[in-house]
Write a new protein. Structure first.
Length: 150
């Protein structure tokens, strides 16, 4: 599995409740641009429109060697899910405070572009501070244990 890009801020801003792997519809030279690692997931999210899941905010830079007409780098892209999965996501997203967030874009073992999509709930400011404090405390414990072993 070759990871193209990750949305590290999503794990900081959201509680990840569930994640799933979905396909993505790409046009023209977008796949080549992804293989070069020229994508940005920051502020990307998914919405359900007319029984389809659409990924908004994914930026795939223009391919450097393309000579024909270029596509819009921030265009909306359709995600590939079956109807049962879409209905399940609609049920979860209709709950208060839940949203669909893209965590990473990668190529699987067969060379297909995939998106890891997560059902997430937004964190409050105090939740973010609490997570940072826990991480710092864990680091301090690890440091103390390392020095003690010496």
């Amino acid at each position: 599995m070759k990871v193209v890009t990750q949305n590290k801020k999503a794990r900081h801003d959201f509680h990840i409740l569930e994640s799933l792997e979905v396909g993505i519809v790409l046009l023209g030279t977008e796949v080549k641009s992804l293989r070069e690692g020229r994508a940005n997931l920051r502020d990307s999210y998914a919405v359900v429109e007319k029984e389809e899941v659409i990924l908004k905010g994914l930026h795939i830079s223009l391919y450097s060697h393309a000579s024909d007409g270029q596509l819009d780098p921030r265009r909306d892209r359709k995600l590939l899910l079956n109807k049962r999965e879409i209905r399940k996501l609609v049920g979860k997203v209709q709950e208060k405070g839940l949203t669909l967030v893209a965590l990473k874009v990668y190529f699987n073992d067969r060379g297909l572009a995939k998106v890891e999509l997560a059902v997430a709930k937004g964190k409050r400011q105090y939740d973010k501070r609490h997570a940072i404090a826990e991480r710092e405390a864990k680091r301090e414990v690890e440091r103390a244990m390392k020095h003690r072993r010496r």
